[in-house]
Design a binder for this molecule. Structure first.
Ligand SMILES: NC(=O)c1ccc[n+]([C@@H]2O[C@H](COP(=O)([O-])OP(=O)(O)OC[C@H]3O[C@@H](n4cnc5c(N)ncnc54)[C@H](OP(=O)(O)O)[C@@H]3O)[C@@H](O)[C@H]2O)c1
Length: 365
């Protein structure tokens, strides 16, 4: 029993809940390790699994065992799982490759981020209690547990309390893109109050978070969004100006907003239109873009403009700051569409089409 986890139902039923003295919540512990919380009378759950890497056809919805919970882990009953462009990389095997997994163990549960309720905690976990609402992430491990499921174990230091202003459903699609937006604005661009910021791809995942965080940080935000619906969303979320990057007059709008050029820009998409937008940077301006697994060409910036790729690099300090900014608000997670586990194929197809904000799978649907 590697982690000392109870492996069968009878044993799990014998686990005694221990009432903790600081509250009325219950943590499942015994002298050996954390236990599974049973799903009814069996230890199975519904999950999206793959039995090999590939296209959307490898996504299978079926019952698998509720994963074991290690001593440093919590078990989350998943309410919401973010569906992001990186999930395509996971499905295709690119993420496993990035993490150096040479012999992946299947079935492999997809999904890197999500939110829900803690239903069990490992014996070495402190700071969380059963019943807490959390959001968190799992990276590729072998075997892989993931958020496209009714339950997932998560390392306790990869989970955080959900900001009080957000529902669990919305928080499931926050972590990776929220962290990326803040890492880009704060550490990479060093955004300062009253600076003029351009967000390119502003109605997408990272972009719509970036608009709101930049406003909370005191910047003046110019959003280049996708479509008229994207423009409307960015305005609703507080952008000072917004233009459609697929058909609007970007150059004129940028000139009006920042006659002396932009101080900083965050790009969440690339290509010729993005390169054209960057002509509006001021001399000495800063440009940042999140590193993308498909490694599209770096943006073309004018002379004397600094450009830098970055990763989210999720850590405690970053998410603590993210949560504080969200609590300060206003801040919303816009869910462009939600899907049941059975609709996972549609969700992955949707990633390649036009949508606003984030997509999420809701295992309870
Ligand atoms: N390295 C890391 O740690 C990290 C973490 C998270 C994300 N990322 C990367 O960051 C990038 C953004 O992620 P995301 O989740 O925000 O993806 P996303 O939701 O697809 O956002 C990109 C947005 O750009 C828009 N767009 C494309 N061309 C446009 C144009 N000409 N004008 C206006 N908008 C345009 C897209 O809309 P349409 O499709 O409708 O045009 C989409 O809304 C991805 O490349 C992702 O791989 C990296």
């Amino acid at each position: 029993m590697g982690t000392g986890v109870v492996k069968d139902c009878r044993a799990a039923r014998s686990v005694r809940p221990i009432r903790k003295e600081w509250g009325n919540s219950i943590t499942y512990k015994n002298s050996t390790a954390a236990k599974k919380v049973m799903n009814g009378d069996n230890n199975e759950m519904k999950a999206v699994v793959i039995d090999g890497f590939g296209g959307p056809e490898v996504l299978t919805v079926r019952n698998v065992s509720v994963p074991d919970v290690g001593p440093e882990q919590i078990l989350i009953k998943v309410d919401s799982a973010g569906v992001g462009v990186w999930d395509i990389g996971e499905r295709q095997g690119m993420i496993a490759q990035m993490f150096g997994i040479r012999e992946p163990i299947f079935p492999w549960v997809i999904g890197s981020e999500g939110a829900g309720t803690i239903v069990a905690a490992g014996e070495n976990v402190s700071g969380f209690q059963v019943g807490d609402l959390v959001y968190g992430h799992v990276w590729a491990k072998n075997p892989k547990a993931g958020f496209y499921a009714e339950y997932t174990p998560v390392d306790a230091d990869h989970a955080w309390a959900i900001p009080s202003t957000l529902t669990t459903e919305k928080a499931g699609a926050l972590l990776i893109d929220g962290a990326t937006a803040l890492r880009g604005l704060d550490d990479t661009l060093g955004l300062e109050q009253d600076e003029k910021l351009m967000v390119f791809g502003a109605s997408g995942g990272v972009g719509h978070f970036a608009i709101q965080l930049a406003k909370i940080l005191g910047a003046q935000v110019f959003a280049i969004a996708s479509g008229e619906d994207g423009v409307a969303l960015c305005q609703e979320l507080g952008a000072d100006a917004a233009v459609d990057g697929h058909g609007g007059d970007m150059a004129a709008a940028a000139r009006d907003f920042a006659p002396d050029g932009f101080d900083a820009a965050l790009l969440t998409a690339g290509g010729k239109v993005a390169d054209r937008a960057l002509a509006s940077m001021r001399e000495g301006g800063r440009v940042a873009f999140p590193w993308h697994p498909q490694q599209r060409p770096d943006p073309k910036v004018p002379a004397n403009v600094r450009t830098q790729a970055f990763d989210a690099n999720i850590d405690q300090a970053l998410i603590t700051k993210l949560n504080n900014l969200i609590e300060a608000g206003p801040f919303d997670v816009h869910l462009g569409n939600t899907f049941s586990l059975d609709q996972v194929g549609d969700a992955h197809q949707a990633l390649s089409s036009h949508y606003l904000g984030r997509l999420a799978l809701l295992p309870g649907l």
